[in-house]
Design a protein around this ligand. Structure first.
Ligand code: HSE
Length: 333
């Protein structure tokens, strides 16, 4: 298929929920993400392949592949009825809690938009990436796809109308991600949740998320850490999925983290800390690696920051730009 017109995009991995922000809060992270190349092909079908050198290889059925579903929505919105081939290079495996399917969905949608020379409205682009996410997770939640598309922290209520607020990560906010070698599929984890909660619990939950939003607005690492550990609705219902969570959280707090919680439906755990404190990053990294081992788990511990750029378009010369076409000078990806 070489010689056909193509476009390539990269989209970051993301944290979601961050405690009481279930389905309503997510954040893009640097250093991890998926790349998708979209190529025009003869015919009218969308086909998918995975770059074998990526971190994961998944199913290629275009009806259930998140990238194909998102690209199909973009193509339809732009009135394109021709063929497409998507090559997905995964930067992270599925089932990590770090927005793996969302990163593929967003990168595919942005690459397809770029290839077809269109400019979707914000709402149409959001609808496309949410449809891609729904193809794998079973429900149209946007707390991974919106941060992956837009960058930074994103608080959201709905896609139609587009009710969301984007906030940037800031300098002294550091993140450490603990990723045990385990897989939790969001579709299954969602089955553990109650269908209904009493009004008093709903009010309490809303109040905790409001405190968390306030911490983000004030750029207060300690308060962010406090409130991201405060979920009393979703995490207790899923706690059995992460038998190591308490041990890792204790180790993070004892070593000076401001807070620690599960990301999305796990298994990834994220701790936040003050980057300006000398030596804290190193001691946290050592403590969390030891906690992982002591819980009998293999896996990795990595250092991150919030990725404020969102999805990026990559050209053949390695020049990087936003969807708007503006060049990105210092992408921290
Ligand atoms: N909000 C979603 C959930 C995120 O917790 O089910 C999945 O990563």
């Amino acid at each position: 298929m070489t010689g056909n017109r193509s476009a390539t995009a990269w989209a970051p991995a993301s944290l979601s929920n961050l405690g009481p922000g279930f389905d309503a809060l997510g954040a893009a992270i640097d250093g991890l993400g998926d790349t998708v190349r979209a190529e025009e092909t003869p015919g009218e079908t969308i086909t998918v392949s995975f770059d074998p050198e990526g971190a994961w290889v998944g199913p290629v059925d275009p009806k259930s592949n998140t990238a194909a579903v998102a690209a199909g929505h973009v193509a339809a919105s732009l009135g394109y009825g021709g063929g497409l081939h998507l090559t997905i290079r995964k930067g992270l495996a599925a089932g990590t809690g770090l927005g793996s399917s969302a990163a593929s969905s967003v990168a595919a949608a942005v690459a397809t938009e770029q290839l077809l020379g269109g400019a979707l409205s914000q709402e149409d682009m959001m609808a496309a990436v949410v449809a891609g996410e729904a193809a794998t997770s079973g429900q149209a939640h946007a707390d991974n796809v919106l941060p992956s598309l837009l960058g930074g922290f994103v608080l959201m209520r709905s896609i139609h109308p587009a009710d969301h607020v984007r906030m940037e990560g800031w300098d002294d906010l550091g993140l450490i991600i603990v990723l045990p070698k385990a897989e939790v599929m969001t579709r299954e984890a969602r089955k553990a949740l109650p269908d209904m909660v009493p009004l008093s619990r709903a009010v309490d939950h809303a109040a905790r998320l409001a405190m968390l939003a306030g911490a983000l607005q004030r750029r207060d690492v300690r308060s962010l850490g406090r409130w991201m550990m405060s979920d009393d609705l979703v995490i207790p219902a899923r706690h059995h999925l992460w038998p190591y969570l308490d041990e890792v959280t204790d180790a993070a707090l004892e070593s000076g983290a401001a807070g620690c919680t599960i990301s999305g439906s796990g298994p990834a755990i994220v701790a936040c800390y003050d980057r300006t404190k000398a030596g804290l990053r190193e001691s946290l990294q050592a403590a969390l690696s030891a906690a992982l081992r002591s819980a009998g788990l293999e896996g990795g511990v990595s250092i991150h920051r919030i990725h404020n750029h969102g999805a990026l378009i990559l050209d053949d010369e390695g020049v990087v730009s936003w969807r708007t076409g503006d060049p990105v000078l210092l992408p921290n990806r």
